[in-house]
Design a protein around this ligand. Sequence first.
Ligand code: SAM
Ligand code: SF4
Length: 514
Amino acid sequence: MELLEGINIKEHDENRQGEAFAPAIDTDGIFKKHFYIESYGCAMNFADSEVVASILQQNGFGATKDLEEADLIFVNTCSIREKAEQTVRKRLTEFKRLKKTNPSLLVGVLGCMAERLKEKFLQEEKLVDLVIGPDAYRTLPQLIQEAETGQKAVNVLLSRDETYADISPVRLNSNVVNAFVSIMRGCNNMCSFCVVPFTRGRERSRDAESIVAECKDLFEKGYKEITLLGQNVDSYHYVASLPPKGGFSESDGTNPFSEKSNSGSLNSKNLSETAETQVPPLGAEGAITFALLLEKVALISPDLRVRFSTSHPKDITDDVLYTIAKYNNICNNIHLPVQSGSTRVLQLMNRTYTREWYLAKVKRIKEIIPDCGLSTDIITGFCTETEEDHQETLSLVDHCKFDLAYMYFYSERPGTLAARRFEDDVPEETKKRRLQEVIALHRGHSFESMKRDVGKTFTVLVEGVSKKNEEELYGRNDQNKVIIFPKEHYKKGDYVNVLINTCTSGTLIGQAIK
Ligand code: SAM
Ligand code: SF4
């Protein structure tokens, strides 16, 4: 069995796998035809499903959570590990029964698995009618028409510039508190274990203005927390081809990066605590870096919390760290996947940093943002990993004492650099035993990290009523830890100061204070 643990919203949330989406607003009676969509994998896939929903809605299909009502079923798939693909294949067989009772029902496969397997999917899974890669969603209406005539429809073309920037995602299943916003697509890193560069194509950054506009719109609709998404957010780089029309300008004071508009900002943190803190300069020739984008989004309102995922140890800059330190509403939390503690294995993984580089980054984060929450991803049993390499991973985990970790054993993916170059030579039971050792060590640290918070007060953004007790609310603090407390008069979307009285290994428990 593959093991991982985690408690919070992150780029791959185990609790959301296979979640079927329904519209936040009731669209009953508006649409004659309905689509059902369920998503697997990382937050990018969940965000993509909202783009797909927008395209479908504009073409006369409303979302439904009821499979029996659906004219179209879509499964947005993940290829990152073999188990993710097996889960999707198993799920597809469950749709056979529906096809029997409703012969005009169409079943489509979207996302990474569609991209990886292409036409082969149609041969392997006879019940599938449509196969659509992550850059081809605009062609969905034509593909559906084609499939309605009884033909199989496929579009798996990858693009160098598609970012769906102009498409306003339909928020599905939303609690109207948190939303994901994609800032870039694809990945240019070639980590040897990873299938993403093959399934999601080249990295491209989305127009900064469209990102800020989407975030503003969400805030105006009542959302209080935005998570900016990309496989490697630190390499975000956008250069507008023309000066933005009606956009920000240095001279008229509308540029949110000018000293004038920054000064006195309500959400500025107390900079005396981080004497080195500086405002990052405007990028050369108007280029917008991730630090600048983060600042733009933070400036929308001090009441809008900003998170982001995922950072890459080779690319995260001091500018990003200073920007986090500067704004109260940018959460002090960084997801910095390490993958292995052994420099030798990191080299084979093509991660392009060493153990020492990673540790120096962690030190720098703690210098600039002393109370920063830190999470990571770890793979055990990568090709050629020895007991010594594994001990190095354990010692790195022991040193960093991550608040949260997502831990996996290595799963060879066809077509990746590792599959082509190296033998998957660590026996499965060794991979799993090492994984258990990493998990056990990390569990101790994360519990200690929870215990250290007892007696402290945190600002919690309320996300809803606790599943276990409807007299309690739950939300998260800046460092992404889940906190529950008695409801009193508070409600979803409120910011509440909560004093922590006790904890479990995954949750802080407290009470609201004035
Ligand atoms: N872009 C992010 C980064 O570089 O850290 C991660 C993206 S990937 C969707 C999420 C995590 O899945 C990775 O950090 C890695 O730990 C894990 N992963 C990716 N490929 C894997 C494989 N072949 N076997 C096991 N775990 C894998
Ligand atoms: Fe995969 Fe590496 Fe890109 Fe992350 S940075 S998506 S692990 S290739």
